[in-house]
Design a binder for this molecule. Sequence first.
Ligand code: ATP
Length: 326
Amino acid sequence: MTERLTTERLIEVDAVEKVFTIRRKAGRLRRVKDEVRAVDGISFQVPRGEMVGYIGPNGAGKSTTIKMLTGILVPSGGRLRVAGIDPARERTRLARRIGVVFGQRTTLWWDLPLKDSYELVRRMYRVPDAAYRANLDRCVELLDLAPLLDVPVRQLSLGQRMRGDIAAALLHDPEVLYLDEPTIGLDVISKARVRGFLREVNSERGTTVLLTTHDLTDIEQLCRRVMVIDHGRVVYDGGLDGLRAAGDGERTLVVDLDRELPPIEGIPGARTVRVEGPRQWLAFPAARSAAPVVAAVAERYPLVDLSVREPDIEGVIARIYAQRDE
Ligand SMILES: Nc1ncnc2c1ncn2[C@@H]1O[C@H](COP(=O)(O)OP(=O)(O)OP(=O)(O)O)[C@@H](O)[C@H]1O
């Protein structure tokens, strides 16, 4: 039973802290120590097979968390387990079970053709031949890598290199994939390709994914669950819909009336924010149901058509950060 539970919760983070001590000059000779609490008591769990967004403003502690989850950094406090392994203690054993992509830098060998980098990964992780072939073929096909295999990494464009990096992280069949900004700097088409591939990896292979990004479209398209971190603490952990509500966001009811009319008035819990000809926009709290607003409008106005728009997630998150800073 215990074994089952530990394998189900693939990532376990319990009251984890990371404090950096930095020394800075204070006057001509004196140096003082400053402490930066990069991660300040974070707890969460990720079950096997989930794809979770891990977002937050610059300096929130996202990369530090991922570095602790890979074993690169040792936590100052708390407890971490990935696939039942303590990352800092057994970094090498863990490396066989995880894949990591840091969007800002490559893990590939700069001067080698892509396929030689992959060969090195195969040897490093002692990937059995059949599994290596199958994984490589799949990545080459889905990430369109065939024309790039003989090209030295340094000659690849950012988008090509990113696809190459993602493939390298998956050749040894990791159970967990950490992605730190995997779509940074990519054009629209490359982003779509990378997202499609990640969706496939998660749904077909059941790979658990922790995704850090500043591009909220990544989150909207890939993750059902999102964690928001700010000043080293988790300030939200839940579904995207709940996030919209938590940010005190508003949804918008767009109604088409059968003719131009003055702004709609007297709808409980809603206010008209825009009028364009026969079309009007009414804002209401994201956490509330649209049904009573629709019913109240339909009762008193000649309603022809309607739609409900979700709050813009970017605005919602900006509001959450602003609330925290207040
Ligand atoms: N090696 C280090 N030494 C000292 N301070 C550090 C170190 N690494 C990170 N920090 C500090 O810890 C805090 C969290 O940094 P981290 O890189 O984890 O943030 P982030 O959420 O990944 O930000 P970004 O979105 O900008 O990548 C920041 O204040 C950063 O300056």
